[in-house]
Design a binder for this molecule. Structure first.
Ligand code: UD1
Length: 417
């Protein structure tokens, strides 16, 4: 397994481009299962999570080609409707095939995803929504099985605006009879991208980006071609990398509105952030000020940026409070940051961070994707050498992160065992 060895202290300077969005690409890949024929998806990032979804589609029988960021999925022969535990365990987002397979074949069975490193992550909202659409669902021996002779449009109110449940229900409702209304739907940009793709397939979906999504069922859909939006978490991570190294970085291929919560916090901390036609530029000259951060569904501060932002707050001037309201177990990076000299105290879902002047390099472990990114950022700013173990977590969501930061002037190398 790979590790990153980082000699911190270099100021990042230059231009870095953002990859296509992982979390937009995953449901869109699943949505290709809605019909026979080959769909083409451009700007797909070269990531482990994407490879895993491609493997899952192949397991289901689809033909998948992938070259230079363009993915072809031919779902004509994708007729398997069971997802075994081995594939589900590799990636929770595998559950996104539930909606499209049920819609197309009237049956689907997936292994229960179970918990993960950041929390319990139940499936109850997906299941209740599918039941409202007329599916019969059984949960037995670790498997969720859904069947329906014909799905029927329904009014669904989500208890919490779950991204995955909104996506699964949108995809299931595409081929249902009549209109489906999803209330308290997730408003994330990835939901809008899914709506755009579904409509290219011939679906009739509107309202994505607001809390109410309406899907008018159609009898059938056809393949389509689509470009994935830029990844707002990849983008946000680079903005924070610039800030934590007191650098000067222009982040390109970015949709500024999608990273507004991060930009707002960086400005509040005293960073100079300018938005131009070319991208978003972050420049930091001195020490930044402490700020409070509370994670919320979009357009609030994203939980997927909380660990990276916390890394930045460990070296800010003053005390910050970070509240994590989305996942119950998303402070795994805290003990690792403490190993690097950070002063952090956790109480329930709140972390109190007292900024220190400098972090000091240490051996640390990436426990999940974004926690790993936070440790890389901390390592870039720390004195001496930081070794980040378990880079495989980071590779799930960042494409060659070390090469990008090296181009910006960082001293970071990947070491393989
Ligand atoms: C997606 C993202 C993930 C991000 C998260 C929140 C993908 C592939 N992953 O995950 O990176 O961190 O959104 O922005 O897009 N919940 C329930 N019951 C359910 C479903 C969810 O209680 O049936 C709860 C979860 O436990 C969690 C909250 O809802 O507390 C939000 O989860 P959700 O939005 O579903 O996250 P994911 O779609 O899994």
């Amino acid at each position: 397994m790979d590790r990153f060895v980082i000699r911190g202290g270099n100021r990042l300077e230059g231009t870095v481009g953002v990859e296509g969005s992982k979390n937009a690409a995953l449901p869109i890949m699943a949505a290709t299962l809605l019909c026979a024929g080959e769909s083409t998806i451009h700007d797909v990032p070269n990531l482990r999570d994407i490879q895993m979804m491609a493997d899952l589609l192949r397991y289901l029988g689809a033909g998948v080609s992938w070259e230079a960021g363009t993915l072809g999925v031919n779902a004509t022969t994708a007729t398997t409707v069971n997802v075994p535990e081995t594939l589900m365990r590799r990636m929770r987002a595998s559950n996104l095939v539930l909606g499209p397979l049920l819609a197309r074949f009237g049956e689907v069975s997936i292994s229960q995803p179970g918990g993960c490193n950041i929390g319990a992550r139940p499936m109850d909202l997906h299941i209740r929504g599918l039941r409202a659409l007329g599916a019969t669902i059984t949960e037995r021996a670790g498997y969720i099985t859904a069947t329906a002779t014909k799905l029927r449009g329904a009014e669904i109110h989500l208890d919490v605006p779950s991204v995955g449940a909104t996506e699964n229900l949108m995809m299931a409702a595409v081929l249902a009879e009549g209109q489906t209304v999803i209330r308290n739907a997730a408003k994330e940009p990835e939901i809008v991208d899914l709506q755009n793709f579904l409509n290219l397939l011939g679906a009739r979906v509107k309202g994505a980006g607001t809390g109410v999504i309406r899907i008018q069922g159609v009898p059938g859909v056809h393949p389509a071609e689509h470009h994935i939006i830029p990844d707002r978490i990849d983008a946000g991570t680079h903005l924070v990398a610039a800030a934590i190294t007191r650098g000067d970085v222009l982040v390109t291929n970015i949709i500024p509105e999608h990273v507004e919560p991060v930009i707002a916090k960086l400005r509040e901390m005293g960073a100079c952030v300018t938005v131009t036609d070319d991208g978003v530029r972050v420049r930091v000259d001195g020490r930044l000020r402490a700020v409070d951060v509370k994670t919320m569904p979009f357009p609030g501060f994203p939980t997927d940026m909380q660990p990276q932002m916390m890394a930045l707050l460990t070296v800010a001037d003053g005390a910050s409070i970070v509240s994590e309201t989305i996942f119950e177990n998303r402070f795994k990076h805290v003990p690792e940051l403490v190993r690097m000299g950070a002063n952090i105290r956790i109480e329930g879902n709140t972390a109190v961070i007292r900024g220190v002047k400098d972090l000091i390099g240490a051996y640390v472990e990436a426990t999940d994707l974004r926690a790993g990114a936070a440790l890389v950022l901390a390592g870039l700013a720390a004195e001496n050498t930081t070794v980040v173990e378990h880079v495989e977590h980071i590779d799930r969501g960042y494409a060659k992160l070390e090469e990008k930061y090296r181009m910006l002037g960082a001293d970071i190398v990947r070491v393989s065992n």
